[in-house]
Ligand binder design. Structure first.
Ligand code: FE2
Length: 420
């Protein structure tokens, strides 16, 4: 669960990081166009021809000396689009002679470094409509009064944003990451909603079982807590057998309800301290069949009915009610059978006191392969030796006379790792 949360957090952070990185390149892509063609021409006295259909008219407006023995010359330039189509994504560069200094520009945004002046309105996006022109002007301060022919006007046709392979790749990646992130967020949201609902469902199931088990306990108070302990032992065995989370959960439910059929056994027989007659024994043994019949309705909880019906079968085929043998006995019933026997041996009963730890281990080991599935018996012995059974006993210990303390919760299910 903790691992899942860490992975989920990492995935979210990674996705956000990837989106930010891609967005950075997309931003660069949009703002940095690539030059697809360059037209360059020295200015003549009247202008410059940049292409067959694009030319610039230049006129010198004024020339004034300054106090620093230099001259400021003002030019006006008109770039005319004589082609039949609009020109978009254009940039213009005016190169002025070395030693001169551009002191002012107007009509267009620009950047200049003293040598060249680049007109970069809206990131190189000059648009000149067919038959129209753009006009701009500039003032140059220089030691001499330069002729227009010493200046060069260049036009750069810019490749539209994102049309290159790299551009398309970056834009595609950006879209993929956004789609991935949104999908991931939707799946995550649905899974959280599902888990919440599942948690409510588990609560309802446990509360229903709790109510039902309290009926059995009312009939047989001497074994109060038995079902809950068996369920916890059985779930732990299932966990150690590496069953899935859902299987572990179902084994737990099967453990809780394995003795459901006891409700059909008369109280006098169930609580009789002495030896049972043959007829009484048959009544007690019939709790398996009765339980199986009662739990038919609970078919959505896999294995619960079979466990109630077959938990008194023996591995050697000498059990009841049907005398099933070995793997013919459903797995959950074999698990609960071992857990049930352990709890019976370790609890005081109306007719005897509980056995010692060593006696129980001996009984289980001698019953492995005859009464019990030998593999499952091994897990049970391990749980006795490593003290897990004592943890269950402590967790399920009841305070005398405090019946309300007996309740089930999802925390009782050792193998329940479904995000609850
Ligand atoms: Fe039983």
């Amino acid at each position: 669960m903790k691992f899942d949360k860490t992975v989920s957090m990492l995935m979210t952070l990674l996705s956000i990081l990837m989106i930010l990185i891609t967005a950075f390149y997309v931003e660069r892509l949009i703002t940095q166009n690539n030059v697809s063609s360059v037209y360059s021409s020295k200015l003549s006295l009247t202008g410059a021809k940049l292409s067959d259909k694009l030319y610039a008219n230049v006129s010198k407006v004024s020339s004034q000396p300054t106090d620093h023995k230099s001259v400021i010359t003002q030019y006006e330039i008109e770039v005319v689009n004589g082609s039949g189509t609009d020109l978009t994504n254009w940039s213009l560069l005016m190169q002025v002679p070395e030693g001169s200094n551009v002191v002012d520009v107007w009509n267009v945004d620009s950047s200049h470094d003293g040598y060249g002046i680049t007109f970069t309105p809206l990131h190189y996006n000059i648009t000149i409509k067919s038959g129209e022109s753009v006009e701009f002007g500039m003032s140059i301060e220089a030691q001499a009064n330069y002729a227009p022919t010493s200046m060069t006007l260049s036009g750069f046709r810019m490749a539209p944003a994102g049309r290159t392979f790299a551009g398309k790749l970056i834009l595609s990646l950006f879209v993929v990451w956004i789609v991935f992130f949104v999908s991931y967020a939707v799946v995550k949201y649905n899974s959280v909603t599902f888990l919440k609902k599942q948690k409510t469902d588990v609560k309802i199931i446990l509360q229903s079982m709790n109510t039902f088990i309290s009926f059995i306990d009312a009939k047989d108070p001497y074994t109060r807590g038995h079902s809950r302990r068996v369920a916890m032992y059985a779930a732990e065995i299932a966990k150690r057998m590496h069953l899935t989370d859902v299987e572990i959960q179902n084994v737990y439910y099967a453990g809780l309800l394995h003795d459901a059929g006891k409700i059909s056994v008369p109280d006098a027989v169930l609580n009789k301290p002495g030896k049972l007659t043959q007829e009484e024994r048959e009544l007690v043994q019939n709790h398996t069949v009765a339980g199986g019949n009662m739990l038919k309705q609970l078919s959505s909880l896999k294995g619960v009915r079979e466990t109630a019906l077959y938990h008194h079968e023996r591995f050697d085929g000498k059990g009841y009610p049907e005398g099933l043998k070995g793997n013919e006995i459903p797995l959950y019933a074999r698990i609960v059978g071992v857990a049930d026997s352990y709890d019976a041996m370790s609890s005081n009963r109306v007719y005897r006191r509980h056995l010692s730890k060593d006696e129980i281990i001996e009984q289980i080991q001698s019953g492995a392969g005859t009464q019990f599935d030998p593999d499952i018996a091994t897990y049970m012995v391990d749980m006795i030796n490593d003290g897990y059974v004592n943890v269950v006993k402590m967790e399920t210990a009841e305070v005398d006379g405090a019946e309300e303390k007996f309740h089930l919760s999802e925390g009782d299910i050792p193998g329940l790792y479904m995000g609850l």
